[in-house]
Design a protein around this ligand. Structure first.
Ligand SMILES: Cc1cc2nc3c(=O)[nH]c(=O)nc-3n(C[C@H](O)[C@H](O)[C@H](O)COP(=O)(O)OP(=O)(O)OC[C@H]3O[C@@H](n4cnc5c(N)ncnc54)[C@H](O)[C@@H]3O)c2cc1C
Length: 457
């Protein structure tokens, strides 16, 4: 195919303004939905724009159905509640949740992605949030330090929503990019993973108790095997006989580049099918089948906003307390290395585990010498959600400002959920007080979050 280098001039045109609201939330994962709900509960009129057909983001469209601990590493202090707890209770009532013991800081809840998507619909409608599904934010109108409208594209064409404030929960900081705000990418962005739902693995495990999925799919002696990576799996509550497998890895992806994203989707699905074929080749007597693929490849990371504070790995692992803390977590630093195999975990108690490949044992060491008392949780400050050069925009979720190590920890959903809840609350306080996002009083923000069920330590 011939590379096309020329340009065409798109004629200027007027587009209809189809809504005028207090807050637009861009991106409808739980991060975005929680921002919208928190703001609506404080009286704001809210529009919620999501490019897919459902809310839930990575948890639904990419089938990542595990939320981590709501308690500290000792299992003694409850560190997260608010909308995260509320949605978990709703899922529990639907029989769509399983829970491990609270002292397991790495896995606490597994849920049915489809049930989460339905529950988020209910939550959005209950709060009279105006939903826009199948709708992508394609541009913004920026007046100096303010975004005054977002331009959306959907089946109806190109339209605009006028707004007083914006929460960018797009994961990729799309609002900031369209606004020309400074963004940064880590030198080693974590690779993406396509999940695959598989049936028949139970039969394989029963017939071959020594069956090891990692050894099967990453076997260096097998030319068909996947390049060294890392594999983990999850059962979906109430869905017997099915395993969700996360064993693919797509490296060198730029999720903000359309062509790169297209290549990644195809590569992720190709690896997912090879997983099935590798298991079938080893156990041809069992009917192992691919039963579902996600709507979108699971994106761990793309780019980050330049905010008033960049959260660092040292702050996370030392459990630094911030006066403007809006989220708590104890999830470990969890880095899927770009370009490499295996995984790196760093823990609040100073331990570190490095596994070079899924077919090898992890090697334990320490990133910090032993000390008398270790932190049992860490915090995220509000300032890491406040873009430096915009007055009425916040980011929430994986596009926050964090260094690679800190990001490895705070990228998980229980933290993104809290960021969303805080961003929606802060937007309401800013509009109520006529202030910029940066000028929101952190003590008032924390008090308001606590009054509404969040845990502020
Ligand atoms: C394979 C994998 C496994 C993981 N495992 C876990 C785990 O076990 N537990 C855990 O807690 N975390 C896990 N994570 C991390 C976690 O899932 C993500 O970091 C988190 O979900 C990010 O949330 P987010 O809201 O920032 O982004 P996303 O979930 O990506 O949500 C962004 C939303 O914005 C929408 N959007 C983007 N651009 C636009 C636009 N221009 N217009 C309109 N809508 C837009 C997207 O469609 C999406 O719905 C995993 C991640 C991956 C990829």
């Amino acid at each position: 195919m011939i590379a096309v280098m020329s340009t065409i001039r798109e004629p200027a045109r007027d587009i209809p303004v189809i809504a005028d609201c207090d807050l637009v939330v861009v991106g409808g994962s739980c991060t975005g939905v929680f921002a919208a709900v928190a703001a609506a509960r404080l009286g704001l009129s809210v529009c919620l724009v999501e490019q897919f057909n459902q809310f839930g983001g990575t948890a639904t469209a990419s089938m990542v159905c595990v939320w981590h601990a709501l308690w500290d590493t000792a299992g003694k202090i409850e560190i997260t509640a608010g909308l995260t707890r509320e949605v978990l209770e709703r899922l529990r009532r639907r029989g769509a949740l399983y829970e491990t013991e609270r002292t397991n800081p790495h896995l606490q809840f597994g849920f049915v992605p489809a049930e989460l998507a339905c529950e988020l619909d209910v939550l959005v409608l209950e709060h009279r949030i105006r939903p826009f599904l199948h709708t992508r934010v394609a541009a913004v109108v920026r007046d100096g330090r303010t975004v005054s409208a977002v331009v959306i594209e959907d089946k109806s064409g190109r339209r605009a929503i006028r707004t007083r404030a914006v929460v960018d929960a797009s994961g990729d900081a799309d609002v900031l990019r369209h606004a020309g705000h400074a963004l940064h990418r880590h030198a080693k962005v974590q690779p993406a993973t396509t999940a695959v739902m598989v049936s028949g693995l139970d039969e394989v495990r029963r017939a071959d108790p020594g069956f090891n999925l990692g050894k099967t799919i990453f076997d260096p002696a097998n030319p068909q095997a996947l390049r060294r990576g890392f594999v983990w799996g999850s059962r979906v509550p109430g869905v017997p006989g099915q395993d969700l497998i996360f064993g693919t890895r797509v490296h060198d992806l730029d999720a903000c580049d359309a062509d790169s994203l297209t290549r990644a989707e195809i590569e992720g699905r190709n690896q997912a099918r090879r997983i099935i074929d590798l298991v079938r080749a080893k156990h041809p007597e069992h009917p192992v089948a691919m039963t579902a693929l996600p709507a979108r490849i699971g994106l761990r990371e793309s780019c980050h906003a330049h905010c008033l504070h960049q959260l660092t790995e040292a702050e996370v692992l030392d459990g630094v307390r911030f006066p403007d803390a809006i989220a708590n977590s104890c999830y470990r630093v969890d880095i899927h290395p770009q370009g490499g195999g295996g995984i790196i975990f760093r823990y609040l108690d100073g331990r570190e585990m490095r596994q070079d490949a899924a077919d090898q044992a992890g090697v334990w060491g320490r990133w910090r010498a032993e000390q008398a008392v270790d932190p049992t949780y860490y915090q995220v400050p509000y300032r890491s959600l406040v873009p430096r050069d915009l007055d009425n925009v916040l980011v929430a979720g994986r596009c926050l400002d964090a260094d690679p190590g800190a990001f490895g920890a705070v990228r998980v959903m229980v933290v993104c959920n809290q960021m969303g809840e805080a961003a929606g609350t802060a937007a309401a306080l800013a509009l109520r007080g006529g202030s910029t996002m940066a000028a929101v009083d952190p003590q008032l923000l924390r008090r308001t979050l606590a009054e509404r069920g969040a845990i502020m330590l």
